[in-house]
Design a protein around this ligand. Structure first.
Ligand SMILES: CC(C)(COP(=O)(O)OP(=O)(O)OC[C@H]1O[C@@H](n2cnc3c(N)ncnc32)[C@H](O)[C@@H]1OP(=O)(O)O)[C@@H](O)C(=O)NCCC(=O)NCCS
Length: 177
C-alpha cells in the first residue's frame, strides 16, 4: 500500500539520493554526462535538501511503499510564471517516482496530495514545466486536467531546453462547517 506523508528534516539524505537517482534514470539517456553531473551537483545533496525542507514556501511530499521511499513531489507555494495570470499560483517543481513503481498508483497518490495541499494552501492554480521530450509525464499531467499554456527555457547543466508550461485550476475546498 502506498503511504503519503510530508517530508521531515530526517528525510534529507534519503530524499537527496532518491531525487538524484530518479533524475538520472529519467534523463541520462538523452543528455550528456557532464550536464547531468552539473545539474545533480547543483540540486541534490543532504545539505541542499535540508535547506529546501527548511523553506516554508516549499512543500515536499513523500510516497512510501513497505516503508521504502518510492517517489516524491515538491510544490513551491506562491511561485509565478509569465505564462499564467493567477492571484495565487503554485508550482509543481518536481514529481519523480522510481521506475519499478511507474503505473502502480504511486504517482497518482502523490499528485492527489499535491493538488489537495495546493487547495488547502489557497492556491488558485498549479503549474509546472515539463521537457517537451517527456511524453509520458505530459500524458500523466493531462490525466489530472493540466493543459499546455506556454513554454519556457530550462537549463540542464549547460544545455538550454524547451519546457512546456502546463497548468490546472484548483477547486477551493469546501469551507462549510
Ligand atoms: C511522470 C510520472 C510521475 C508518471 O507516473 P506513472 O505512474 O508512470 O504514470 P501513469 O502510468 O499513471 O501514466 C502515464 C501515462 O503516460 C502514458 N505513456 C507512457 N509512455 C508514453 C509515451 N512514450 N508517450 C505518450 N504517453 C505515454 C501511459 O500510457 C499513461 O497513460 P494512460 O493511463 O492513459 O495509459 C512517472 O512516469 C515518473 O516518475 N517519471 C520519471 C520522472 C519524470 O519524468 N517526472 C516528471 C518531470 S516533469
Amino acid at each position: 500500500m502506498v503511504k503519503i506523508r510530508p517530508a521531515t528534516f530526517a528525510d534529507a539524505a534519503p530524499l537527496a539520493a532518491l531525487a538524484e537517482r530518479t533524475f538520472r534514470d529519467t534523463f541520462a539517456d538523452e543528455n550528456s554526462q557532464e550536464d547531468m553531473n552539473i545539474h545533480c551537483a547543483n540540486n541534490y545533496s543532504s545539505e541542499i535538501q535540508l535547506r529546501e525542507l527548511s523553506d516554508p514556501l516549499r512543500v515536499t511530499i513523500l510516497a512510501e511503499v513497505d516503508e521504502s521511499l518510492a517517489g516524491f513531489a515538491q510544490l513551491l507555494l506562491r511561485s509565478a510564471t509569465h505564462c499564467l495570470s493567477s492571484n495565487s499560483p503554485s508550482e509543481l517543481n518536481r514529481l519523480y517516482v522510481l521506475r519499478e513503481w511507474h503505473g502502480r498508483r504511486v504517482a497518482h497518490e502523490l499528485m492527489n496530495a499535491v493538488l489537495s495541499t495546493a487547495a488547502q494552501r489557497k492556491s488558485e492554480h498549479v503549474w509546472l514545466g515539463v521537457w517537451e521530450r517527456n511524453p509520458k509525464a505530459i500524458a500523466f499531467y493531462r490525466k489530472f486536467g493540466f493543459a499546455v499554456i506556454g513554454e519556457h527555457s530550462f537549463v540542464l547543466g549547460t544545455e538550454p531546453q524547451r519546457d512546456l508550461v502546463m497548468s490546472v485550476q484548483i477547486n477551493a475546498p469546501s469551507t462549510a462547517a
